[in-house]
Design a protein around this ligand. Structure first.
Ligand code: EPU
Length: 346
């Protein structure tokens, strides 16, 4: 038997790869050793090698939710595992298996073309399918966790592939088991379970407004188009201005604290949280502190949405983190609320 015949091609290595065009903030960063992973079966040998050499490693997906330092020492894994297919269907659900390197928005379009509605509220979110469950991406009243059947990943601690069913993923607002265990799992494949009984999800104010009485039962495609239009209006296009979407999470506070704040600030924006608490609109808090549109050197706060920090060009991770620090201090001083940074600081 010729075992070499079945061995996977090793992951392609590029030393000193510039990442400026691989992160949506447009930060200048160099990966000392960049490995391109095109197939899951490249991981066991590579991870063993990195372990033997005691090299640090991290995964970079679409680079849309990270703050990169000037240099990333050790190994940076670029996940390029592609492909999507419907693997199973019954009367109630369709199961869709998708490679971690597939572009998220392209997948959403693909599902609509293949008559699998459900993900349309999550249109135009940048990044990859593999990164989506880590922070449990969510928008317009939908979170990805509810559509996930299971996740396949390489577990660097057990040095083996694992399949985590939805219950094990501990999805919560912008959180998951993967986020709680950083540098352990490399997501290779996501299996979605999409209900066949589709219903429009229009509870979110911005969408409810779009679909008034004239068209109160829009199609999934119409919702997709509306979400794309709303996002393009409110959020900066990373190809034009560097950014990583929402820079802070919407903070969750007790109902009592929220009531006290409303007494002091009657126009405070808040929503009920699934655990009986209140979620505050961080964008509103930051806006009220006068930061919207403010520029500090090469970085700033987006003029149309105070929750988004932007790199006007030439900004560094230090510039961004310094601006974030002054925002957090002002919000804490004015509202006694602590903001948590949303993107991963590598
Ligand atoms: N607001 C202001 N001033 C601002 C920004 C917002 O007053 O500068 C107020 C708005 O008037 C609105 C409220 O804050 O009443 C909420 O704003 P918006 O609807 O824009 O949503 P968000 O809470 O700021 C969240 C997500 C977004 C997601 C939208 C839509 C987080 C951290 N962010 O933003 O996610 O697209 O809801 O569902 O949960 C992302 O994570 O990168 C992201 C863009």
């Amino acid at each position: 038997m010729n075992s070499a015949k079945n061995a996977p091609n090793p992951a392609k290595l590029t030393p000193n790869l510039g990442l400026k065009h691989r992160n949506s903030f447009g930060l200048d960063s160099t990966a000392e050793l960049a490995y391109e992973i095109t197939s899951a079966d490249q991981l066991p040998a590579l991870m063993k090698e990195l372990g033997d050499k005691k090299l640090a490693w991290r995964v970079l997906g679409g680079g849309s939710n990270v703050i990169l330092p000037e240099s990333l020492l050790g190994a940076t894994l670029l996940i390029k595992i592609l492909g999507q297919e419907i693997i199973k269907a019954d009367q109630k659900y369709s199961w869709l298996s998708v490679g971690a390197g597939v572009n998220w928005h392209e997948l959403v379009s693909w599902t609509l073309e293949h008559d699998l509605p459900g993900l349309e509220n999550l249109a135009l979110i940048p990044g990859t399918v593999g990164a989506a469950p880590i922070q449990n991406i969510g928008a317009y009243g939908v979170e990805i966790g509810e559509y996930i059947d299971s996740i396949e990943a390489f577990d660097a601690v057990a040095h083996a592939f694992v399949t985590l069913p939805q219950e094990a993923c501990q999805f919560a607002y912008r959180d998951s088991y993967f986020k709680q265990n950083p540098n352990r799992f490399i997501v290779t494949k996501v299996v979605f379970k999409i209900p066949k009984s589709w219903q429009a999800r229009l509870q979110y104010a911005d969408l409810a407004k779009q679909f008034s009485e004239e068209n109160s039962s829009p199609s999934a495609k119409q919702i997709f188009d509306a979400v794309c239009a709303i996002r393009s209006q409110k959020l900066p296009d990373p190809k034009v201005i560097g950014n990583a979407g929402s820079f802070f999470q919407n903070p969750i506070v007790s109902t009592e604290q929220c009531e006290q704040l409303v007494q002091q600030f009657p126009s405070l924006v808040s929503y009920p949280d699934s655990n009986g608490k209140r979620k505050l609109a961080a964008g509103w808090l930051i806006d009220q502190c006068g930061f919207k549109g403010k520029r500090v050197g090469s970085v700033g706060v987006y003029e149309k949405q105070a929750l988004v920090l932007v790199n006007h060009g030439g900004g560094t991770s230090t510039d961004i983190l310094n601006l974030a620090k002054s925002i957090r201090e002002e919000v804490l001083k004015k509202f006694h609320v602590k903001l948590e940074i949303e993107p991963n600081i590598l």
